[in-house]
Design a protein around this ligand. Structure first.
Ligand code: TXA
Ligand code: MG
Length: 315
């Protein structure tokens, strides 16, 4: 978007306005106890796509889903016993858990970037809690900074990077911790530190090594993200015999990422269409050309990975 960004007060009216904007599919930055997050309704694919657009992120990496309570968290993720015991006495501040994604809960597949896992976090900060309760749903939210810049810890930081690109920022003053959350995953059920952060992980807890050791679910292991089982051919204006053709704009295809040629709509549909092609057993997929600008860059990045020789995915 190109417009003015509202700065909202941390009172009831400000929270209500922020929640209304989120329900309308707009982007609202909000403070947590770690850093400011760039919130969007995690169930609205185009709102989630707009996050990547606003941040100028050239890749779709999975986003943390913020929820108001443990029950809501368990609606979206399947908690291994170790995860459950970590949150049993109340969800600790500054802790994000990556757990298997529950199917059919209505989260946009773009949130998980097509992965079978979901990162969940229950922010402790009072203002974040009030926003989540008023909004009444899951909020996808990366740190509210342009791609490649440092995470924002004040509303001014958010505005200096994203002013005019997001609908509003809920101004709760400086965040308490000023550092991102700790991310834990549960490979084979064992709590493992994926990213160091605010929550102090016991020294005995295993850390993910840099190389990732083949973990497809580690942050930063983008090249190992979900790839369809079928082969993928890019820049296909017409389909060859036997190919399942995914169209865009004037290239109609068997299905289309966006008949109108809208990149936000295409980003929102990308992972679902790839999954559907898989589920339908399409072993040869052809994809129409996507313009390499704005969100198109992230879409093309993802498609190139899907089309790359499969050995490249086995890190
Ligand atoms: O403190 C924080 O964690 C802030 C606040 C706003 O919650 N958020 C944040 O988000 O730092 P972001 O997007 O800047 O970093 C989240 C990290 C990324 O490295 C991403 O790859 C990883 O979490 N992540 C998200 N979902 C994941 C998943 N399903 N599996 C593995 N890694 C995941
Ligand atoms: Mg970040």
């Amino acid at each position: 978007m190109d417009g003015t960004t509202e700065r909202l007060d941390p009172d009831a009216a400000g929270v209500a306005r922020a929640a209304d904007l989120l329900r309308a599919g707009r982007l609202v930055a909000f403070p947590t106890e770690t850093v400011y997050g760039l919130g969007a309704d995690a169930r609205q694919g185009e709102a989630v796509a707009a996050i990547f657009e606003a941040k100028g992120r050239p890749r779709f990496n999975p986003l943390i889903v913020h929820v108001p309570d443990v029950r809501e968290a368990e609606r979206y993720g399947v908690f291994p016993a170790a995860a459950r015991s970590l949150v049993a006495g109340g969800w600790p501040a500054g802790l994000t858990l990556v757990v298997p994604l529950r199917e059919g809960t209505g989260l946009s597949p773009l949130v998980s970037a097509g992965n079978p896992t979901v990162a969940l976090r229950l922010p402790k900060a009072d203002l974040a809690q009030r926003l989540l309760r008023n909004f009444g749903g899951p909020l996808a939210g990366p740190s509210a900074n342009p791609s490649g810049r440092v995470s924002p810890t004040t509303a001014d930081h958010v505005l200096s990077g994203l002013s005019g690109r997001i609908a509003a920022v809920l101004d709760g003053g400086p965040t308490e911790a000023g550092l991102e959350s700790t991310i834990l995953g549960f490979p084979d059920g064992v709590p493992t530190v994926y990213r160091e952060g605010v929550w102090q992980a016991p020294a005995s807890m295993p850390r993910l090594t840099k190389a990732g050791e083949g973990r497809a679910d580690a942050p930063g292991q983008f090249s190992s993200h979900y790839a369809p089982k079928g082969s993928v051919r890019l820049d296909a204006v017409t389909a060859r015999p036997g190919e399942w053709h995914i169209g865009f704009g004037p290239v109609r295809g068997d299905v289309s990422l966006s008949p109108a040629g809208d990149l936000r709509e295409a980003a929102a549909a990308l992972f679902s269409l790839l999954h559907e092609a898989d589920a339908a057993g399409r072993d040869r997929i052809a994809v129409a050309p996507i313009p390499d600008r704005g969100l198109g860059r992230a879409i093309n990045d993802r498609l190139r990975r899907a089309a790359a020789p499969r050995q490249a995915f086995r890190l």
